[in-house]
Write a protein that binds this ligand. Structure first.
Ligand code: FAQ
Length: 320
């Protein structure tokens, strides 16, 4: 079959909403962009454990500590599903991890900001998980099968994460003056970086056009960002707090909220590795990887030993 025929079969599947599966033919660029996006998504989940991990030992109660530990553990699980999904495209886990540690691979800009107070745990849950869910709900319908299926499970857990974040802020927002101030301060610091999570504006997004054609992405960066703003403006009212943007205003004609200009210099600066915590985050990941080396080696030696052991014949145990 010619490449032209293969391309036509591939395109027909995309048009008819049939998922693309690992062993099927796909254009090289489709494979590459999926590897890029899925591995960056996996790295984001893994690096994303660090800002919250910072507060596990200082959570204000046993209940909050248990919730936070479960959330961070979920994030590890999300990272692992996503690495598996990227592996089905022919990229090795070692290579992905090396690319993260060498600074070649990106991960979400949001995780390069510090977590200064306990209220940041609530703000991350509400805003960061809230932004992540909007993006990920659309990815449940992405055209690459293993990625779409991983997203279904991840979204269920993320929506729990978002609710716990909102609930945690709600408690602070009804607390003492200091707690209220801490809540507002966390919202102020996390608002703009959360808007940046959706990526550059559509006019500057290099990958969007092709990714939309291949149905890897179903909504553009700006569409999702707008959906997020509209959602948060309503939710913040329930907290009795405000969003730090004087330009937020309902636009009757558009049927959406207008909002202020994002500081794109800050965004690109963070993406290029110069955000407040980029160096610290990568160092923490490299250190964890190095310290886990003996575990990987022991697991590999154990697996090798099992392979060499004679297999028990089927039914031998039952007969005994
Ligand atoms: N940070 O052409 P586009 C989470 C890069 S998971 C850093 O528009 P695309 C869970 C982009 O890679 C959060 N870099 O790119 C959690 C590209 O560079 P490249 C992560 C960014 O791929 C919650 C260049 O800019 N979610 O939060 C960012 O079409 C709480 C041009 O951009 C995902 O990864 C950014 N924010 O659209 C965990 C979802 N934005 O690669 C712990 C899957 C853009 O060509 C605690 N990913 N860049 O060198 C996506 O949906 C897409 O990749 C976008 C970007 C929408 C992020």
């Amino acid at each position: 079959m010619s490449v032209h025929d293969l391309e036509q079969i591939f395109q027909k599947k995309i048009d008819e909403e049939v998922k693309i599966e690992p062993k099927e033919w796909m254009p090289d660029a489709y494979r590459k962009t999926n590897i890029r996006q899925i591995s960056q998504h996996a790295h984001s989940e893994i690096v994303g454990m660090l800002p919250e991990g910072n507060w596990i030992s200082r959570a204000p109660s046993l209940k909050r500590k248990a919730i936070l530990m479960a959330k961070v553990q979920d994030e590890a699980g999300h990272g692992l599903y996503l690495y598996c999904a990227a592996e089905t495209l022919g990229m090795s886990r070692e290579q992905m991890i090396d690319d993260l540690h060498s600074g070649k691979a990106k991960y979400s800009s949001i995780f390069n900001y510090p977590t200064l107070t306990w209220a940041d745990m609530g703000a991350i849950g509400w805003l960061v998980d809230g932004a992540a869910i909007l993006n990920q709900v659309m990815l449940c319908r992405t055209s690459y099968g293993p990625y779409a299926r991983a997203m279904v499970r991840i979204c269920k857990e993320e929506s729990f994460h978002q609710r716990q974040g909102f609930e945690s802020l709600l408690v602070l927002s009804k607390g003492t003056d200091e707690q209220k101030a801490m809540c507002q301060d966390a919202i102020n610091r996390w608002w703009w970086p959360s808007l940046m999570m959706f990526g550059p504006k559509d006019s500057e997004s290099t990958n969007s056009d092709q990714s939309m054609k291949w149905k890897i992405k179903r909504k553009t960066n700006d569409e999702l960002r707008q959906q997020f703003v509209d959602m948060c403006v309503e939710q913040v009212k329930l907290l009795g707090m405000t969003l730090p943007d004087p330009h937020l205003k309902w636009n009757e004609e558009r049927g959406h909220y207008d909002f202020g200009e994002i500081d794109w210099n800050e965004f690109w600066n963070v993406v290029k590795g110069n955000g407040p915590c980029n160096k610290q985050r990568l160092e923490a990941r490299r250190k964890a990887h190095e310290e886990g080396r003996w575990v990987r080696e022991a697991a590999a030696a154990h697996a090798e030993k099992r392979k060499q052991q004679p297999q028990t014949p089927k039914g031998a145990l039952a007969a005994a």
